[in-house]
Design a protein around this ligand. Structure first.
Ligand SMILES: [Ca+2]
Length: 176
């Protein structure tokens, strides 16, 4: 009897171990923050995002994303850009659906940084002729141009929808 119990415990332990090693990513997660309620994020490519359904200026979009455990999206490479564009098109988002993202050159004109990471942006997918109006348009958004969503700079106090990305809980750590 004791042997059988030990055997069963061992099986349980091993199956739990295997399960923890094989951890399939969920297609959606629910994030709950204090007083802000629960926000559903959807896996798009390798990150979780949600699209804001209200039109707000860029500064307010920064606040709203953070309130729900996210940041305005920082698109870091062509793979992420393509995944987001494909997803937005699958939702039938059209050329009227402009979405704020994290890039801005509010500090130094033409030196775009992410408000989420504080780092200079290294990937851009500007639409033709962008960025323009260097002293007027300091905040970045996505818009549908032709067959895909691309980047534009626009006036930060204008109102648009927004794309939030789940915050990385382990963004920084002690290295000393
Ligand atoms: Ca522009």
């Amino acid at each position: 009897m004791r042997c059988l119990l030990s055997f069963l415990l061992a099986v349980c332990f091993l199956s739990a171990l295997v399960q923890s090693l094989h951890c399939p990513e969920k297609s959606e997660i629910n994030v709950t923050c204090d007083k802000a309620g629960t926000q559903k994020y959807t896996l798009i490519g390798s990150k979780y995002y949600f699209v804001g359904e209200s039109k707000v200026n860029w500064f307010n979009a920064v606040h709203i994303c953070r309130r729900y455990g996210g940041d305005l999206a920082t698109i870091q490479n062509a793979t992420e850009m393509h995944a987001i564009s494909t997803y937005l098109i699958s939702l039938h988002y059209d050329a009227n659906r402009w979405l704020w993202i994290s890039g801005n050159d509010l500090v130094t004109v033409r030196n775009f940084h992410s408000i989420a990471t504080g780092m200079p942006l290294t990937y851009f997918n500007w639409s033709a002729g962008q960025p323009d109006y260097p002293n007027l348009e300091h905040c970045m958004h996505l818009w549908l141009k032709g067959a895909e969503f691309k980047m534009n700079n626009w006036q930060c106090n204008e109102k648009a929808f927004y794309l939030c990305e789940r915050q990385n809980d382990a963004r920084c750590w002690d290295g000393f």
